[in-house]
Design a protein around this ligand. Structure first.
Ligand SMILES: NC(=O)c1ccc[n+]([C@@H]2O[C@H](COP(=O)([O-])OP(=O)(O)OC[C@H]3O[C@@H](n4cnc5c(N)ncnc54)[C@H](O)[C@@H]3O)[C@@H](O)[C@H]2O)c1
Length: 382
């Protein structure tokens, strides 16, 4: 067993999800590396201290530079607002630390390119937290597609719907509302929600070649939480785009924070020549599957309860007994387990920074197309 000292930065929503994963991963997976919660860092000292006490971190920092200067830290886990990803990751790479970074990799492709360059120059292991890949039903979808069960793929359809910013009284910027401030977030639903859908789609269905998009900002001005002043809203509140994949399939993607009644409805459906699959985050342990080759009398959509053992259902034999569900938090445990396994084998887990750059390029093309009202080609990664 080798210990891996973790310095986690940012103890909000994702700080909690990652702390939980670092604590649990060793309890459920057989791994060479064991994470040790060495230091938590947050600019809000009170929050950092409370987080350390709750999750068992050995020490507290309030300046990430001090954390990076420490010899007793092996891995930096970035759970910060998007505008801090590039600055911290590039400094962490220079300090020779391995890096786990929350999604989106950065605010735009250019920033992300700098991050890829920095980790490649430093030769440090790196990984981006597109955790939905590691929900067992989604991983099973990948397995079914790779086995060729769907045949030629014609359509990919994804949605990520929320409703929490409908009120014009929701402020922008600052604590937890940085997502509404374009300077901190880079974009609105495109970088925040569609980035997840795009990552899953690239993983399941391959490269996206071109896109045409529309965006809207329904509330034009919001009070800034930090300055108290009304300011123009620069993010996209809603985005819908069409795209063409390199494999010839056509796709539609939609995301909004204005779909009354929906809190985090991430769904996708893929239609192939022989079979279709569909998944819904609100019922995340199930995968819907329709196989045209089934006998006519019994042919129909089946709902696979993805909890079987024996290797049939990814990750599940590490948890309880068949029939018992797991949830959102476990996707973070799974991605950490895969990262640590990759580290031991010298085979990086996916997506690395270089791989996540592809999602960033798709987001860039989507936002560009919304401006030009034209089809835009997606820049190719190396
Ligand atoms: N993978 C997912 O499902 C998922 C879900 C939510 C958020 N995210 C991503 O995780 C990242 C963080 O999002 P969140 O929802 O946890 O945000 P959050 O607002 O809940 O937490 C951010 C934390 O960072 C701290 N912070 C801000 N600036 C800092 C600085 N300069 N130095 C130290 N600490 C600082 C804040 O005090 C806060 O505690 C974002 O990039 C977001 O896109 C991913």
């Amino acid at each position: 067993m080798k210990t891996l000292n973790v310095g986690l930065i940012g103890c909000g929503f994702m700080g909690r999800a990652h702390s939980n994963a670092h604590r649990k991963v060793w309890n459920f997976f057989d791994l060479e590396y064991r994470p040790v919660l060495k230091a938590i860092c947050d600019s809000n000292e009170e929050r950092a201290k409370a987080h350390a006490a709750r999750w068992g971190f050995e020490s507290v920092e309030t300046d990430y530079r001090k954390l990076l200067a420490r010899d007793d830290i092996d891995m930096i886990d970035i759970c910060l607002p998007n505008n801090m990803h590039a600055e911290v990751a590039i400094a962490a790479a220079k300090a020779g630390k391995m890096i786990l970074c929350e999604k989106p990799l950065a605010r735009n492709g250019k920033e992300a390119e700098g991050m890829v360059k920095a980790v490649e120059k430093a030769g440090v292991p790196n990984f981006v937290s597109f955790n939905y890949r590691r929900i067992p039903a989604v991983s099973l979808a990948k397995k079914l597609i790779d086995e060729g069960r769907l045949g030629k793929i014609f359509h990919y359809r994804a949605k990520f719907l929320q409703d929490w910013t409908i009120s014009k009284d929701v402020p922008q910027g600052g604590d937890s509302l940085w997502r509404l401030d374009v300077k901190a977030a880079g974009s609105g639903v495109t970088g925040d929600l569609l980035a997840h859908c795009i990552d899953t789609a690239l993983w399941l269905n391959g490269r996206i070649e071109s896109v045409t998009a529309m965006t809207e900002t329904f509330v034009k001005e919001r009070k800034h939480q930090l300055t108290g002043k009304m300011q123009k809203v620069g993010i996209d509140d809603a985005c819908a785009f069409l795209c063409r994949f390199a494999n010839g399939s056509l796709a539609t993607f939609e995301s909004t924070r204005y779909a009354r009644g929906h809190k985090a409805l991430y769904t996708f459906e893929i239609n192939g020549e022989k079979a279709s699959i569909a998944w819904d985050l609100h019922d995340l342990h199930r995968l819907a599957y329709f196989d045209h080759r089934d006998e006519g009398k019994v042919r129909g959509w089946r709902s696979i309860h993805v909890t079987d053992h024996g290797g049939d259902h990814p990750y599940m034999d590490k948890w309880w007994v068949p029939g018992l569900n797991i949830g959102f938090e476990h996707s973070f445990v799974h991605q950490l387990a895969d990262f640590l396994t990759g580290l031991a084998k010298g085979k990086p887990a996916s997506p690395t920074f270089a791989e996540a750059l592809e999602t960033q390029y798709v987001c860039d093309a989507v936002l560009q197309s919304a401006k030009t009202a034209k089809w835009e080609k997606v820049k190719k990664t190396k």
